[in-house]
Design a protein around this ligand. Structure first.
Ligand code: FMN
Length: 299
């Protein structure tokens, strides 16, 4: 089996998780410069925007970086071609099965690391050429699956013969060690990077994360089948109440439409969607990415 260092080629075995509307070319480059694999998120971008962000990352770093492709995005087919055209070396995928792009990406020499929430999809994707599997447990921020990192990671490790990267619930060195004990050979982090100095979210969002307890990271959309972990606020209360009363998906969409942008750009902590994992309860200060990463691996 390939070693994780052969797959990533970074100082630390860490991927900065793609984060829609947040992980810009500039942020990804900052994470790569600090020793992680920086990832540009496609959520919130159009094809022109993705080209621009890749160009920015190329100008800001000579370290490896990649692109996270949200497979549900209406422009996913175009994004899939742009990463090839622009010589991107790493792709992670979220929310689905990237099988139809696999041959094109592998022919272009791209390393592909799908994010999965279930062992069965991991096995399928490893068998068609995934270079590593990112197993993301439900402690994580954003869209989540059913299984926790504790149960998902070992089951994926036992299912595939490529390196496994654990995601969800990792924000300090104890959790990195736990991920390795479960058989992972790298980690992907999101929530703890939201409170980095370089992260381009509104200051109100960062302060809300610093104040939050682990139990404040609740899940909306459980009933409708699109669970998303976010910080509890007016929006989540309204959403969950309406959901319990049997609101239709269309009615529920009114609460979430554009709500991540409201949180990220306007700092609206009441009606915005402050996506966050359960590690929010561990965050105590705003620090440079470099310090966050070195603390994860300090002996
Ligand atoms: C604000 C936010 C936005 C996210 N957006 C995406 C996304 O666009 N694509 C994706 O694959 N994962 C997304 N994720 C998941 C992260 O990439 C990462 O896997 C996750 O944050 C790891 O768990 P943690 O939050 O416990 O560190 C997002 C997570 C957060 C917190």
């Amino acid at each position: 089996m390939k070693k994780i260092s052969e797959v990533l080629g970074t100082k630390y075995p860490v991927i900065q998780g793609g984060m829609a509307n947040i992980a810009t070319g500039e942020f990804a480059a900052a994470c790569s410069e600090a020793g992680a694999l920086g990832m540009i998120a496609t959520g919130g971008l159009d094809p022109e925007g993705l080209r621009r962000e890749i160009q920015i990352a190329k100008e800001r770093t000579k370290q490896p970086f990649g692109v996270n492709i949200m497979l549900m995005h209406p422009a996913a087919d175009e994004f899939a071609k742009i990463v090839v055209e622009m010589g991107v070396k790493f792709v992670t995928t979220g929310a689905g099965n990237p099988a139809k792009y696999m041959k094109m990406w592998k022919d272009a020499g791209i390393k592909v690391m799908p994010v999965v929430a279930a062992p069965i999809l991991a096995r399928k994707l490893a068998s068609i050429g995934a270079d590593a599997i990112i197993a993301e447990g439900s402690e994580s921020g954003g869209h989540i699956g059913e299984m926790s990192t504790m149960t998902l990671v070992p089951q994926v490790v036992d299912t595939v013969d490529v390196p496994v990267i654990a995601a969800g619930g990792i924000a300090d060195k104890r959790q990195v060690k736990a991920a390795f004990a479960l058989g992972a050979s790298g980690v992907q982090i999101g929530t703890c990077l939201l409170v980095s100095e370089e992260c381009p979210i509104h200051e109100n969002y960062k302060q809300a994360l610093l104040k939050a307890k682990g139990t404040d990271a609740v899940v909306t959309g459980r009933i409708g089948g699109t669970p998303v972990r976010v910080l509890k606020n007016q929006m989540t209360r309204n959403y969950i109440q309406a959901e319990k009363k049997g609101a239709t998906l269309e009615e529920l969409e009114k609460f979430t439409l554009g709500s991540l942008r409201k949180a990220v750009f306007d700092g609206d902590t009441k009606t915005g969607s402050l996506m966050s994992g359960q590690t929010c309860g561990q965050l105590t200060s705003i620090r440079p990415v470099k310090e966050i990463l070195s603390d994860l691996f300090e002996c």
